[in-house]
Design a protein around this ligand. Structure first.
Ligand code: SF4
Length: 334
């Protein structure tokens, strides 16, 4: 095996000392993306890497991923992990033949230089392939459902999108990931704003948690060249309600069954207004969710806002803004 190149998110490349630039929030995880000439074999409607996308192949979501020499990247990770600037490495993988061997190779190489925890985000792998990743030093695996329901999944990344993926195969892979890596060491990504209802997303989050899978929330971002370029971003108020439901469910404070819905909208989280206020004031629900140490700065949003996921604790004035977005405070500041 002689992998020579790997893509690194621009913000991570700056933190790893591979390039120079200004960033408004440093990523606390180094985000890597497998390098490949050509496109991913999958065909997810939102993704610039998709088989039929005409988007840039150095983009994922709204982030650019320049390619670097793998040796330099591993040296950068070693330095940044020693300095405490990087708390995790996340290897995101395109779908192509032999990708599991590439991920195992990259993971073992990083592990030979540093004991920084490694997450892998990839297509549904077989049980034995996951064991191989664990042996190579991978700590956690994410298999992205992306969609909250089977119907949306099939339309956006499955059969109706001429993609290779099946809802049940993804769920089975997540179950295997829990067996291999342990409870809450399997992650899935859920993209909010693909046409689901709040009730659907709360339900799938509960189902994931009950399986031992941690759901990480993303806000849908239209990317040029993709089939969903004209699809709108989710309204911020909608995203905030989903973030509160996510916080309650992943912290075991309330379950899906404790919440009340009307026409798919959450109208009661199953907690008192006072408790809701204290949870909002803590700022915690609005932080980027995912593996420990993952903050994905401005992955979904322009730094000028609106911010869907905060890469660091929101400041007091940002909490005020969030309260207004949620209708908990009047816009005139009273
Ligand atoms: S939650 Fe963050 S670190 Fe974990 S797999 Fe997703 S992007 Fe990577």
């Amino acid at each position: 095996m002689s992998l020579k190149k790997i893509r690194v998110s621009l913000g991570s490349a700056i933190v790893l000392g591979l390039t120079e630039g200004m960033i408004s929030a440093e990523p606390t995880t180094a985000y890597l993306l497998t390098y490949r000439r050509g496109r991913c074999l999958a065909n997810c409607a939102f993704c610039p890497q998709a088989r039929f996308s005409s988007g840039r192949t150095d983009m994922l979501s709204r982030v650019t991923w320049p390619a670097f020499n793998l040796n330099d990247v591993v040296k950068g990770i070693e330095r940044a992990a020693d300095d405490g600037r990087v708390k995790r490495v996340c290897i995101q993988a395109l779908n192509y033949p032999g990708v599991q061997d590439d991920i195992a190779y990259i993971s073992a190489y990083i592990r030979s230089a540093s004991d920084v925890p490694i997450s892998v985000s990839c297509q549904p792998l077989k049980y034995e392939e996951m064991i191989k990743l664990r042996e190579a030093g991978v700590e956690r695996v994410s298999v992205s459902l992306d969609a909250a329901t089977e119907e949306i999944f099939t339309k956006i990344k499955g059969e109706l999108a001429t993609g290779p993926y099946k809802w049940q195969t993804h769920l089975d892979a997540l179950k295997n990931a829990v067996k291999v890596f342990g409870k809450m060491k399997a992650t899935t990504h859920l993209i909010v704003g693909l046409g689901e209802r709040e009730e659907d997303i709360a339900y799938i989050m509960q189902r994931c948690v009950d399986m031992g899978v941690f759901p990480a929330l993303f806000a849908f971002t239209p990317v040029p060249g993709t089939r969903m370029v004209n699809h709108p971003r989710p309204p911020v108020a909608y995203y905030r309600r989903v973030q509160i439901a996510h916080y309650l469910i992943t912290h075991g404070i309330r379950r899906f069954e404790d919440m009340k819905f009307e026409s798919g909208y959450i109208f009661d989280f199953g907690i008192s207004t006072n408790d809701l206020h204290s949870i909002v004031l803590s700022g915690e629900p609005f932080l980027t969710s995912g593996c420990p140490g993952c903050n994905r700065p401005y992955y979904n949003e322009d730094p000028r806002g609106p911010i869907y996921n905060y890469p660091r604790k929101p400041a007091a004035e940002e909490i005020l803004e969030i309260e207004k977005q949620m209708g908990l405070r009047k816009n005139d500041g009273r």
